[in-house]
Write a protein of this length. Structure first.
Length: 188
């Protein structure tokens, strides 16, 4: 694997980091709090929004940070399968989002009935970063956060749920739209 930096996973593995975390870290090519936030978001989704037959997940990543690489590995929502739609926002756009700690959207779409629902998710970094001392190196933060990987509800919450028809679903995932605007979660 020339050209790729190497990362050392063994201390995390030895401390009990789960297999799917290590797989996410392999793709992301480093370990950091942002990746861990993605792990927590993914497991929150699996726990609280299990899929019924004919349903599929689409993650709308917005704003974008390291979390996306854990979300795609754990939920099998890869960009190639149209499971991950990445939408960067400007600083001005982010400032207008009307829900706290925005961490993107989960869309659940029923391919048979052509209906679905969306959830705007929040991630509380203040609560998360309180788990380790301020100057902890990013990778080492995991050693403090591993014991909390089983309780994503402590950090992840649902800011808003909404229904999706085909028009809104397409508007959420298409290029050139701001998904917070489509979901009605932007200040004027
Ligand atoms: Zn990262």
């Amino acid at each position: 694997m020339s050209g790729r930096k190497t990362w050392t996973a063994w201390p995390c593995w030895a401390q009990g980091a789960p297999y799917d975390f290590l797989k996410a870290a392999e793709l992301h090519n480093h370990i950091c709090p942002g990746l861990t936030s993605g792990y927590l978001l993914a497991h929150f989704i699996l726990e609280h929004y299990p899929l019924a037959p004919e349903e599929r997940y689409t993650i709308v990543s917005s704003p974008v940070w390291c979390k996306e690489d854990a979300l795609q590995v754990i939920l099998d929502c890869t960009p190639g399968k149209k499971g991950l739609v990445v939408k960067s926002l400007s600083k001005a756009q982010k400032e207008k989002i009307s829900v706290p700690n925005p961490a993107g959207f989960l869309l659940i779409w029923n391919t048979k009935t052509k209906t679905g629902k969306g959830a705007a998710l929040s991630f509380d970094f203040k609560e998360f970063k309180a788990l380790y001392p301020e100057n902890t190196p990013k990778a080492a933060s995991l050693l403090s956060t591993i014991p909390h990987l089983k309780t994503p509800e402590r950090f992840v919450s649902v800011a808003r749920e909404f229904t999706l028809d085909e028009t809104r679903y397409k508007a959420m995932i298409q290029a050139s739209t701001n998904p917070y605007r489509v979901a009605g979660l932007m200040a004027k």
